[in-house]
Write a protein that binds this ligand. Sequence first.
Ligand code: SF4
Ligand code: SF4
Length: 341
Amino acid sequence: MAERPQVLAGARNLGRDDTGDSPAARLTRLKEGDTVTARIFCFDPASDAAPRFETHRVPYTKWMRVLEVLTYVSEELGGDLAHRWFCANRMCGTCAVRVNGREVLACWEPVEPEMTIEPLRNAPVVRDLVIDRTAYERRVVALTPWLVRQEPYPGFPEPLTHRAMAPTARALDCISCMCCFSACPVVGLGQETSFAGPAPLVQLARVALDPRDGIDRGRIALEHGAVFDCISCYKCEEVCPVSIPIVTGAIEPLKALAFKSVAGKSRHARVFLKIVQARGRIDPSALVLGVQRLAALRHPLRIFKLWRRGKIDPLKTMLGFRLPDIEQIRQIYQAVRGGPR
Ligand code: SF4
Ligand code: SF4
């Protein structure tokens, strides 16, 4: 039996194993001689008025991956399909696409009997499945994610312990595939936020958590990354093909650094603390109102949808709902840091 893909080994693929929707499970749905039906997004902004989908039927071969389907369509069927790939081995991160609505690496993702294959979101399409990475790469560069030493280089080999490097170690695995960037709903808000996005922040965390780095990364995370705009929805982690704990291992530590560096400037953290001190727990609608102020009311349809999905409760916000043990919580605040500033 073939070795199970490592991507499924970690707890980060929660839900896929639970529902049987794993690569291993999917491969059992097909056998040699079957046909895979691929509905592929096609669009050339230079000549097409609108995108369209082209359907291709591809003979299944054992252990077939999505990349093999794309290659078959562009080479064997004589198609004109544009798609990007390089290593075909989950190393270079260039072949990321969306399959049936989920961001995946084409080289690593087993095929399904019926697939809709689209380009990643949150980036312009160059042609078909190829996206323009320029804006994304500019965001990465704006965060200056390279080591800046204040201490002199002690020479080779540099004495570094596993313990000291542990916080940054997982971020080093990032292959810049942009799957998380495509899945992030906050990046999808476009101009409404200056949030750098999950992948650029992983790059920033890589140096921010490195003991050799010597500059104020918290300030950069806040001023150039708008790190507090992350809503901790974990959609980025769900799709990361190398199982990086993007929220807990990169974004949350950056938020902590940002709060430490520029506590007075991080309105999100200030409002968050005030709400918890006043009510004993976080109140999402009060948080959004406190951070975005009147701008939060610009999208009534979005507010309605959030309310319908139980994400916010404006009535509780207006009534100033608080927990019965609120005094104990306030005492904790006083003891720890004398209450919010
Ligand atoms: S957790 Fe934050 S970075 Fe990740 S998808 Fe949600 S908003 Fe984006
Ligand atoms: S964090 Fe994961 S999903 Fe995001 S770019 Fe890096 S490897 Fe890809």
